[in-house]
Design a protein around this ligand. Sequence first.
Ligand SMILES: C=C(O[C@@H]1C=C(C(=O)O)C=C[C@H]1O)C(=O)O
Length: 309
Amino acid sequence: MSLTARLERGAVGLGTLAVGAGPVVVIGGAGADARWINLRDHHGRVPAAESVAAVRADWSGPVLVEPFSAADLPEIAANAAGVVVGAAWMQDFQLVRAVARLGLPVVVQRAPSATLEEWLAIADYCVAEGNDSVVLCESGSRTHLGGVTLDLALMRAAREKSGRPVLADLGGDPALAAAAVAAGADGLLLSPGSTEQEALAAHEAVKIVGAVTRREDPDSLLTARDAIDRVDAALAVLLERRAELAGTIQRLKPVGGFAGRDMDRERRLVADMARRAPTLGEDRLALIMNAVIEAGLHLAEERMTTHRG
Ligand SMILES: C=C(O[C@@H]1C=C(C(=O)O)C=C[C@H]1O)C(=O)O
């Protein structure tokens, strides 16, 4: 889908990036699709221009900025693709209004104790200022253990109720990336200082889990190829896992390998798969699965020979 077509479907554009249609985006530090800067991290001691210039030194893509105060807004208006209304000042209505008036897309983080209604009300404040480009970001609630729990059910409800794109704020730990993508996140927010490895882990979840759970409707060659590449990545993971399991079965069966081939079982598994892949249908699936099964049996026999040898 072209950026314009994506935006027509309720996505929010962050520079060249569409959030809400197409693949799940990763926002964070190095290796992410968009960078973000939290000016609150420095308690206003580092000028906005300096922080933006530091990121701009090696990044020309979209940058999101969370201001420390209203004084940062001119710099943000000039140099950012979007503004973050941080969880800590979600209730500062004056600042929210001033941010919305910049006309840039606004990411509204949920304050730790805010309800769904309170959270969505902030989006309404932005709309009242004439800014409808709002992305909601679930940033977690404080728990009795002193930690922060991401509420993926609330994130999902926010998406359904508002029709707006949603982000899951994973902080410094991409371990929940897969769960967030499965729960319908349109983007994953890593901390501004996240590493390339963390971005890689998040992108991997976007590819593998997104390929299975996220419906995409690409309408350009480039985006369709991007989408099919993600499906192939997921297929590769499953094919590798399948080959391992098929190998285990060959070792456990009384007669393994090609000599113990069980065509009845193969027909049954193809028929089962055809229920989930009705468009392909049984005959085409049989051809595909025959190749997959034979590859597994070859690998298993090769390994048995190596082990015996
Ligand atoms: C895995 C098995 O061995 C063979 C390989 C199969 C497969 O890869 O799915 C299926 C049937 C057998 O021909 C099995 O018997 O279950």
